[in-house]
Design a protein around this ligand. Structure first.
Ligand SMILES: Cc1cc2nc3c(=O)[nH]c(=O)nc-3n(C[C@H](O)[C@H](O)[C@H](O)COP(=O)(O)O)c2cc1C
Length: 494
């Protein structure tokens, strides 16, 4: 049994200067670029090096897709969604890279309240686009330089389309560790090749709807363990969608070909988990009363070589491997994909590498080391990918929210040094939509809105509640769900 104490992450809110921040990074053995926001023009204010649907985003700030588990049960729009999209528009970001995950068909939803991109919901989706654009115009005078993408998805292993507590998982292949966790008990849950072909037509139809309701591009989601990401790791799947790299990327190629054969001129993006690791879990031996244990890898000794993931070292799946990632990014360029929104791992089985946090979500684990290490891992992986990416592919960085006060200085340095073309905001947009815009325009930061990564936005939906920033956004603080959430967290030790 390990006797290691819990790690208490360094409180970035208490780090006073850039020099101290660099010292913190050095003490953790990581390198993070950061530069003072001085009189020099901000690289974040540079127009993007990409034109999408005839528009060039006029800054390098991006909003990541952020779903709220708060739609109607027929995949339509609610006031909470309207508010979230309005705030996306108010953020000042000139690219809205996905808005939120939208299921291409009802049984592909991750929860019964996810948006569904169907003909029935077209008017609702068009309304959301209108809200986002007019909020942006009101604040920034024009939306001619604002680019909006819709993220299209099938939730695969994480489908819960009818009941928030019941998995109805459909998978690309049987997984020796994840099957247990997500109730995959039968080969019948593996999608057949014919079902995949049908799914391709769902994506093509969804892309057509996206175009018709005013989206500038679609983000073909290949991340976070959802279905198309899982296909990238389908080494053990027989047939034309598994085994070789060519087969594992066939779904993407068929979707792109289908969209073009449909005569749909919409631009294309991909959100990709650049790397992954074997699933992690809380260490039961180090759990403390009322507290989850720190994260440790699941026992993978019986699963070697680890042929169940993408961007992971097959001999040691606690390590990342980018060889196939580079090949996939090259393929994206060949297919005419213009936007690559990077991310990592999965919030369901490796949340620490995906959304570094000081406080874990209720289905997660305490940090085993300082979460800044995970921030740095993503930033360096993006740097490597960007350095080899095809000319013209617009590469967006992720996982910056944990940086808190230091988000703007790191984002600025990363873009100035060309490690990424643009920086996306995820959790930060829920509490402080203009955090990066304020920094870019020289406005002092509103400290009280800086996200402290309490993970309530994840713990709430994991327990059947709508998502939102409960601690910092009054709209949620005042809701009865906040009291419920506090009770849930106490019980679960999150
Ligand atoms: C509440 C919540 C909802 C999210 N929804 C989506 C989503 O719909 N699609 C997606 O690709 N990522 C989603 N993410 C991941 C974020 O886009 C982002 O990658 C992640 O939060 C890390 O970035 P950050 O450090 O800025 O938060 C979500 C994250 C959270 C916390």
């Amino acid at each position: 049994m390990s006797t290691h104490a819990f790690v208490s992450p360094i409180r970035l809110g208490a780090v006073k200067s850039l020099e101290d921040f660099h010292a913190v990074c050095a003490s953790l053995g990581i390198e993070l670029p950061a530069e003072a926001l001085d009189a020099r023009p901000s690289p974040l204010a540079e127009p993007a090096a990409v034109v999408i649907n005839g528009k060039r985003p006029s800054n390098r700030i991006v909003i990541h897709p952020m779903e709220g588990w708060d739609g109607t049960t027929t995949g339509g729009v609610t006031d909470e969604m309207r508010r979230r999209w309005r705030r996306f528009g108010e953020s000042g970001a000139k690219m809205i890279c996905g808005t939120e995950a939208m299921a291409v068909r009802p049984d592909g939803r991750a929860n019964p309240n996810q948006l569904i991109i169907t003909d029935e919901n077209k008017a609702d989706l068009a309304e959301l686009v209108g809200i986002l654009k007019s909020a942006h115009m009101e604040h920034y005078g024009s939306s001619d330089d604002l680019v909006i993408g819709f993220q299209l998805t099938h939730s695969g292993r994480f489908c819960r389309p009818h009941d928030k507590a019941r998995w109805e998982s459909r998978v690309a292949f049987r997984h020796p560790i994840l099957d247990r966790k997500f109730n995959v008990t039968s080969d019948a849950q593996v999608l057949s090749d014919a079902e995949v072909e049908e799914l391709v037509t769902d994506y093509v139809r969804a892309a057509r709807i996206a175009w018709e309701v005013g989206a500038d591009f679609v983000d073909l989601k290949h991340c976070h363990g959802y279905l198309l990401h899982e296909f990238l790791g389908a080494h053990t799947r027989p047939g034309k969608y598994g085994g070789s790299f060519e087969n594992r990327t066939r779904v993407l190629r068929e979707i792109v070909a289908g969209i073009r054969a449909d005569g749909n001129p919409i631009d294309l993006g991909v959100r990709l988990s650049l790397f992954d690791m074997v699933p992690h879990r809380p260490d039961p031996d180090r759990a403390q009363p009322g507290k989850l244990g720190p994260g440790i890898p699941e026992d993978f000794s019986a699963c070697l070589p680890y042929r169940y993931g993408f961007g992971v070292n097959q001999s040691n799946p606690t390590e990342i491997a980018l060889t196939e990632t580079h090949a996939f990014v090259t393929l994206c360029g060949e297919l005419g994909i213009k936007v690559l929104n990077t991310t990592a791992g999965s919030p369901y089985y490796t949340p620490h590498i995906q959304r570094p946090a000081a406080f874990p979500p209720s289905d997660g684990y305490q940090p085993s080391y300082d979460p800044l290490v995970d921030v740095a891992r993503q930033i360096h992986a993006v740097r490597e990918v960007k350095a080899r990416a095809p000319q013209g592919l617009y590469v967006i960085g992720s996982g910056y929210t944990y940086l808190q006060e230091f988000l703007p200085v790191v984002a600025t340095a990363v873009v100035r040094q060309g490690w990424a073309d643009a920086i996306g905001l995820g959790r930060a947009v829920l509490s402080y939509p203009t955090q990066l815009t304020d920094a870019m325009t020289g406005k002092p930061a509103e400290k009280k809105f800086i996200c402290r990564t309490f993970s309530d936005c994840t713990t709430a939906p994991r327990n059947g509640l709508i998502s939102g920033c409960y601690p910092l956004d009054k709209f949620y603080t005042q809701r009865p769900e906040f009291a419920q959430l506090k009770e849930i967290k106490k019980k679960l030790g999150a």
